[in-house]
Design a binder for this molecule. Structure first.
Ligand SMILES: NC(=O)c1ccc[n+]([C@@H]2O[C@H](COP(=O)([O-])OP(=O)(O)OC[C@H]3O[C@@H](n4cnc5c(N)ncnc54)[C@H](OP(=O)(O)O)[C@@H]3O)[C@@H](O)[C@H]2O)c1
Length: 288
């Protein structure tokens, strides 16, 4: 028996998990919408993840988010794999429905929703689209771009074999350019996305020449620590529209919250500022 009054619980699993900002995001929404629910961090070791997910409900959860290094395991563990998870081969959002474990990947939604918010006209001029990276996040973004109507996505990745896997997966709409052709790829670009981890907790920057892109180019970096990466700063200095990684993080949390708690939450400016402050605080303390 599951009385309506039983508090719904969701969590984020990872190893390590202390860094996750998901409890802050979902905790804010639970409070804001007056929902008697809970969202916690659960440290799950790699050896234990399949067992944990097989017994998610017995652990008292209606679903969970999944972070590094469990996204592929979560995909494998799911009984029902939704399209976005299939496209990436990894899952970040799970829920139990009719006794079955469902899996999706909400990074696609998170990226596309925030791109639309920050640069609503990005597609009007049918831009040359360049994705730097070929990891899980790059795949989620490429899936969103193709589904959103892009006829061609140029993909560059340091390890070219991985970019070739992306092309094999998504097909002819992917145009591969070699790492050494980075700057040629930038010529006339209208949307450039850094989907690598370059710039995370450092001042490193993808080595591309932003003077070559279109003046109306939109530049996105999905890294959000720091909030303004060196790549975004270079784009900003060049006068381009920029789309940061924090907004993607906030928007990717929306579908999971709705599945677990039955309310579609809004990403407000206040929430953005609260999480941005937390990122700044952690950056300051790590540089102390
Ligand atoms: N904002 C958000 O909501 C959000 C969501 C998901 C991920 N992310 C961030 O996105 C980044 C990528 O995540 P992921 O899950 O895709 O990771 P991943 O699957 O491990 O892929 C990492 C990517 O970064 C590239 N890379 C790493 N170090 C590099 C270097 N020194 N030079 C050039 N390329 C390098 C890799 O290239 P190789 O293939 O050559 O190794 C690969 O393309 C992470 O920083 C993650 O935190 C943000």
């Amino acid at each position: 028996m599951t009385p309506a009054s039983v508090k719904k619980r969701a969590c984020v699993i990872g190893w390590p998990i202390e860094h996750s900002r998901s409890p802050m995001i979902h905790g804010t929404w639970l409070k804001q919408y007056g929902i008697d629910g809970a969202y916690t961090r659960e440290a799950v070791q790699p050896d234990d993840v399949m067992d944990f997910l097989a017994h998610l409900s017995r652990h008292g959860f209606v679903g969970c988010n999944v972070t590094v290094p469990h996204k592929e395991a979560a995909y494998k563990a799911a009984d029902v794999k939704h399209d976005a998870a299939r496209a990436v081969g990894a899952a970040n959002t799970l829920w139990i429905e009719d006794g079955k474990l469902h899996a999706t990947n909400t990074d696609t939604y998170g990226f596309m929703a925030y791109l639309k918010q920050k640069a609503p006209n990005w597609q009007q001029a049918d831009p040359r689209v360049v994705v730097i990276g070929a990891g899980g996040a790059a795949r989620a973004i490429i899936y969103g771009l193709i589904n959103g109507g892009c006829d061609e996505v140029i993909v560059l990745n340091r390890t070219e074999a991985r970019a070739e896997q992306v092309r094999a997966h998504f097909g002819e709409k992917i145009k591969l350019m070699s790492w050494s052709q980075c700057n040629d790829a930038m010529t006339g670009a209208g949307l450039v996305i850094n989907a690598t981890s370059v710039g995370m907790n450092s001042e490193d920057c993808p080595d591309v020449d932003l003077t070559r892109v279109d003046d109306a180019c939109v530049v996105s970096d999905i890294v959000y620590t720091p909030l303004e990466t060196a790549f975004l700063k270079a784009a900003h200095d060049r006068g381009l529209t920029t789309v940061d990684g924090l907004g993607m993080l906030l928007h990717q949390a929306v579908p999971g919250f709705e599945k677990w708690f039955g309310v579609r939450p809004t990403v407000t400016d206040d929430l953005y500022q609260a999480i941005a402050d937390d990122v700044r605080r952690s950056q300051c303390s790590s540089s102390d």
